[in-house]
Design a protein around this ligand. Structure first.
Ligand code: GLU
Length: 490
């Protein structure tokens, strides 16, 4: 009997900001990997940095993950509730000789690495930490005793070997060997008793039996330090998979300068979560062929770490909108209805009957409109007239299509012809309008364009006669009468 171990992965955000595009992409890759492998995804909130942490942001992160459809199987765990474990691990490393007590003042350490401050978290790639051994590593027992007696607060640092290399395998970047001489004696436990990121992340990944660490390439430079900690704690390191950075169109790291980066702002803007998922999935991963539009089940089916690229990904806003348009238009309309319902509720336009007796009308109308939408807000925006009687005329459409001097007469005749129709259908409306145009000697297009502005307020809308059927006879007639009062008489 073979026992196959199912992968266990984690998403570990620090609540120092909103969930942004990079974090969401990391979460998504972990989730897709877990789903593909039938593994487990944990959520861990890395909130030990009391200075930078904002507890009130945790809820927003959970909401954004749920909006994205990313469900975790275990957690959320909070590192702030696990401090004792990190302390115990630091003490173990100290006792084993792989760590040492450091009495340096925060600024007394060459290279400006303060014992209290340097924890190596986040964006320290390229900062070129000057490899340096802390002078405290070689203190004689009596010197230590003296410091202790003076009551100098001590941090615990890792005693990085002065020679040799630290090796790890990265599923994306390949095997890596880092000279130990380039790794400083980094802090494990600050003198305040709080752990650094390097320590807490390793202690948790061991305790939570994480098999694959999938995270941003900005953490690549932290990995050798973490491997040293694994070794010191007698645990086997997991498989690492560092995913490439996301850059803005100007090839600098994606930031607020490039526009909205928080997931919440995309939700508010009216993007569909599945479109956003598809877009995010392709930031640094590809399925191996040119397919771009992939429903979530296809992403799950195809996602493997071997498809993750080493090349930085470029965030392309136009592409995101393209995906959104695809997801508004391609899937069965039923899938879209809950989103449109939410959007109409948000805009105060929702009527309960659309969920019950008028469900078929609602589905048909959404289907009619959706080929011209880009964002969910379009349903309450330019398409408002399908759902509400109070709508404005677009000034440009009005100026362009309501200027013919014959219009008041034409529209009056059209209104009468429509009112007299025994049945209200696409063909009947079509015939009535063309009949009026022919008998008045004008092109049908003139009346079609003017009528469209009258009943939906816009120049661009779905085909007119289908629109008339969707809006219904009584409302069309009422809107034509209202337009008659608004059309300038020359
Ligand atoms: N908390 C870290 C961050 O938000 C992630 C740590 C990790 O994945 O190892 O960048």
């Amino acid at each position: 009997m073979t026992l196959t171990l199912k992968p266990r992965v984690r998403f570990a955000p620090s609540p120092t900001g909103f969930l942004h595009v990079g974090g969401a992409r990391t979460a998504l890759f972990n989730w897709l990997f877990a789903k593909h492998e039938d593994g487990t995804l944990l959520l861990r909130i890395e909130d030990t940095d009391v200075e930078r942490n904002k507890p009130e942001l945790v809820d927003g992160i959970l909401v954004a993950l749920r909006w994205l459809g990313i469900e975790w199987d275990e957690g959320p765990f909070f590192q702030s509730q696990r401090i004792e474990m990190y302390r115990a691990a630091a003490e173990r490393i100290l006792a084993s000789g792989a760590g040492f007590a450091c009495y340096c003042k925060p600024v007394a350490y060459a290279g400006g690495d303060a014992a209290e401050e340097h924890d190596g978290e986040g964006d320290d790639e390229g900062k070129a930490v000057k490899a340096v051994a802390c002078p405290c590593r070689d203190l004689m027992p009596e010197q230590r005793a003296a410091k202790e007696k003076e009551g100098v607060p001590a941090a615990i640092r890792f005693r990085t070997p002065l020679t040799g290399t630290t090796h790890f395998e990265d599923a994306v970047f390949g095997p890596r060997d880092v000279q130990n001489a380039e790794i400083e004696d980094f802090v494990l436990l600050r003198s305040s008793g709080l752990p650094t990121y390097q320590l807490s992340v390793v202690v948790d990944d061991i305790d939570m039996r994480i098999t694959h660490v999938i995270r941003g390439a900005d953490h690549l430079s932290n990995t050798p330090k973490q491997v040293l900690i694994y070794n010191a704690l007698g645990a086997a390191p997991p498989i690492f998979a560092h995913v490439p950075l996301i850059l803005g169109p100007d090839r600098t790291r994606l930031s607020k300068r490039h526009g909205a980066t928080s997931v919440g702002s995309y939700a508010e803007e009216g993007l569909l979560p599945e479109a956003f998922r598809n877009f995010l999935a392709l930031l640094g991963w590809s399925s191996g062929n040119d397919t771009e539009f992939m429903r979530t089940n296809e992403l799950i089916e195809r996602f493997t770490l071997s498809g993750v690229s080493r090349t930085n990904a470029i965030f392309d806003r136009a592409k995101l909108e393209w995906f959104n348009t695809q997801y508004l238009q391609k899937p069965p309309v039923e899938e879209l209805l809950p989103y449109v319902e939410a959007e109409l509720k948000r805009a105060g336009l929702w009527k309960e009957t659309w969920a019950t007796t008028d469900r078929a009308w609602f589905a048909h109308t959404v289907d009619l409109i959706r080929s011209r939408t880009r964002l969910l807000g379009d349903f309450s925006g330019w398409a408002r007239a399908f759902f509400a009687d109070d709508f404005d005329y677009d000034p440009e459409a009005r100026a362009k299509f309501w200027k013919d001097e014959k219009l008041p007469v034409l529209m009056l005749k059209l209104t009468d012809a429509l009112e007299a129709l025994p049945e209200w259908s696409h063909d009947a409306c079509d015939a009535a309008l063309r009949g009026v145009a022919a008998s008045e000697g004008v092109k049908a297009g003139l009346l079609i364009n003017a009528t469209r502005v009258a009943i939906v307020g816009r120049a661009v809308a779905p085909p007119l006669f289908e629109t008339m059927v969707a809006i219904g006879k009584d409302r069309v007639i009422a809107r034509l009468r209202r337009a008659l009062r608004a059309i300038p008489v020359r």
